[in-house]
Design a protein around this ligand. Structure first.
Ligand SMILES: C[S@@+](CC[C@H](N)C(=O)[O-])C[C@H]1O[C@@H](n2cnc3c(N)ncnc32)[C@H](O)[C@@H]1O
Length: 191
């Protein structure tokens, strides 16, 4: 990561701590786990809370074409940096709560760098229900968390019929994190 990207991240952390909610951008080890199941031939990918683009770069590094990646970010300074850093990337300056309105069909995955646990349940519900509206059957919502519990609250998981898989702890990240992959327990019924 360029020094200027780190400076931008830390500057925005000071100005907007309730939106950024991380001590540092995701490490390359965490990014690698976030994108490990991305297949460039399996359809578009949606990214939430792209920040300065560490996870974006890892998704593109899997071979996904920039025009097949849609990155949502609400911070205008981060959006400017993403557009400069990744020509051809679809950068959407909007709230992740409106992800259901994206003009994307049958996404293979939604990859989220959002501080989901610090968000109100209503916003979490909009993010998760909107994401699953854009995902293909069997698609996954990928989310890291620093805490010991699943990063989607039980109420939202139950409403949407979500199950999950979780990675081992990624120690080389500040702070250490785990990656959860949420999927519909019964994708064919949309339960
Ligand atoms: C923890 S940072 C993650 C940045 C980057 N993805 C990474 O992993 O290094 C969280 C990002 O989510 C963005 N964000 C927070 N709330 C958001 C929302 N409701 N809609 C879109 N982006 C949001 C912040 O601006 C910030 O860039």
């Amino acid at each position: 990561m360029a020094t200027s990207d780190l400076a931008l991240f830390l500057g925005q952390l000071v100005r907007r701590p309730h939106q950024v909610v991380a001590l540092a951008p995701s490490s390359r080890f965490l990014c690698a786990e976030m994108v490990a199941e991305i297949d460039p031939g399996a359809g578009p990918v949606i990214e939430l809370g792209a920040g300065t683009g560490n996870i974006t770069q890892a998704i593109l590094g899997r071979g996904v074409a920039p025009e097949n990646l849609h990155s949502i970010e609400m911070n205008p300074d981060f959006c400017d940096r993403l557009r400069a850093r990744f020509p051809g990337l679809n950068v959407h300056k909007m709230s992740a709560g409106d992800v259901g309105e994206l003009p994307v069909e049958k996404a293979q995955a939604v990859v989220s760098g959002l501080p989901l646990l610090s968000m109100p349940v209503a916003l979490q519900r909009d993010i998760l229900s909107g994401s699953f509206a854009r995902l293909a059957p069997g698609g996954t919502y990928v989310q890291f968390t620093y805490g010991p519990k699943p990063p989607v609250t039980r109420a939202v998981r139950e409403e949407l019929g979500l199950d999950w898989r979780v990675s081992g702890k990624i120690w080389w990240n500040l702070p250490p994190a785990r990656v959860y992959r949420f999927y519909r327990a019964s994708p064919e019924t949309g339960a």
